[in-house]
Structures are given as C-alpha cells and as structure tokens.
Design a protein around this ligand. Structure first.
Ligand code: FPP
Length: 243
C-alpha cells in the first residue's frame, strides 16, 4: 500500500501568517488578509495546473469569531469581493467551489455569495476547491455523532453498523478523499482544529514562509517534498523488508 513519487489527490492548507506579514510592514491586519487572498489566487491556479483534484483552504475557523469585529468584517468582505470578481474565471477554469462549515452565523450577503459561487461553479470538473469557512473539526465530529445517534434512534442504523466508513460519510467532507498532504505556512506546527479525523495518514509540511508570500514555486516545492516521501499507512517498507 505504500506509494512513491505521486501527485497528491487532495491538498489541504492552513493559510497562516497574514497578521504577521502585515505587522512586519507596519500595515493593518486586514491588509495581510488582502495579500493572503492574492496567494489564494496563485495557489488555486497552481493546483489546477498540477492536476490536484481537491484543494481545501482553511479560510475561517469557528474560533476566528473571537477576533476583533473589524477584522472579521474585513475577511467577510474579502470573501464577498473575491466571489464577485473571480466567479467567471473559476467557471472558465472548471473549478468547482464548495463552502464547508456551519452557515448559521453568516450575514445574508455572505449566504447569498456562498449560494452564488456554489451554483455557478457546480459544473466544474477540473478542480474541487473547498473553502473551510466557519469550520471546526471537533464541531464537525460532534454534528456527525448527533446525526448518527438520530439515525440509530429512528431505527435507520444499527449500533453495530457504526464503523469508520459510516462516520466518515457523516462528516462535512463526506465523499471527499482524506487529504494526502497538509501544508501549514508561517512556521507553526499545529493542526488547530482542522480535519483532525481526516488527517490520520496525511503527510505534513510546515514551511516557514508567511501565507501572503506563499506562491506557485512554494506550492511546487511542497508537491516535490510530498513526492519524495514514502507513505506506509502503518505497514513496513517493502524493499527494506526484502533486504
Ligand atoms: C490566518 O492568518 C488567516 C486567516 C484567519 C484568514 C485567511 C484568509 C485569507 C487568506 C484571505 C481570504 C481568502 C478567501 C478565500 C476569502 P492570521 O491572521 O492568523 O496570521 P497571524 O498568525 O500572523 O496573526
């Protein structure tokens, strides 16, 4: 089951360092997010060129609601303006956009933008772009458990039929392969409530670069590093064993 020199099917990215990037330049935090949005643009393009099938970006965590209101507003505004300005290009490039997270705290404007981008890009077959937006992995698992418990109560599922596949299918990522590679920028080495179940066998890459400076070359470097690694899934290296 070990694979070598392959292109990851699913890359997930924790885009970290926007605030520090802005601070280093004497700018406001929101300006770091604007610069971060340009990096999103570059990486989506690079992922399409590289033949990645799924790209998940940690755009806004459930915990991020605790940030100053002005910063939250700026991120929501950035999301809306990105959808407005990029929708045509995403459609033309065959990108299928899905928003992953609870929708109960978004404004009507953000909800309308989510609906718009998901609808117009639905036919896209080249790259699945998943934006984790008001997402928390623990919350996702709690919701999955509630859903399974409800189905047990209604007699639709038997307790002994609860297995890893059923749990995976009850998560927000149902139908999406687990990430092969998780990248977190800015020299922080944590998952921060991101895809905790799905990351069981993911390769991790933690470049020092701050997210706004992460470009196509950095993305390619991450893919090269991934290709040089050997994934054993708890097994042993075949050629080592035979030696
Ligand atoms: C983390 O950096 C970044 C965020 C919480 C927001 C991410 C948003 C974008 C990249 C722009 C918007 C993108 C889309 C797709 C709408 P941080 O603020 O935690 O940085 P710090 O750790 O240096 O403070």
């Amino acid at each position: 089951m070990s694979e070598k020199r392959s292109i990851p099917k699913h890359v997930a990215i924790i885009m970290d360092g926007n605030g520090r990037w802005a601070k280093q330049r004497g700018k406001e935090r929101y300006e770091g997010h604007i610069a971060g949005a340009k990096a999103v643009d570059a990486v989506v393009r690079a992922a399409g060129v590289a033949g990645i099938e799924y790209l998940t970006l940690y755009t806004f965590s459930t915990e991020n609601w605790g940030r100053p209101q002005a910063e939250i507003d700026a991120i929501m505004e950035l999301f809306c303006s990105m959808v407005a300005s990029k929708a045509d290009e995403l459609v033309a490039e065959g990108v299928n956009v899905k928003i992953m997270g609870e929708r109960n705290r978004f404004s009507q404007k953000v909800l309308d933008m989510i609906n718009h981008i998901e609808t117009v890009t639905a036919p896209g077959k080249r790259l699945n772009l998943i934006l984790a937006f008001n997402y928390s992995s623990r919350r996702e698992m709690v919701l999955a458990l509630q859903d399974i418990a409800r189905r047990v109560k209604e007699g639709e599922v038997k307790i002994e039929d609860i297995d890893e596949a059923l749990f995976s299918d009850s998560l927000m990522t149902a139908g999406v392969p687990d990430p092969d590679l998780i990248i977190r920028t800015s020299g922080e080495y944590r998952l921060s409530n991101f895809l905790l179940w799905q990351a069981s066998y993911s390769e991790m890459y933690f470049p020092e670069v701050l997210w706004p400076d992460f470009g196509e070359e950095d993305f390619q470097r991450a893919l090269n590093i991934y290709a040089s690694r050997e994934r054993r899934y708890g097994l042993v290296t075949k050629d080592k064993e035979e030696r």
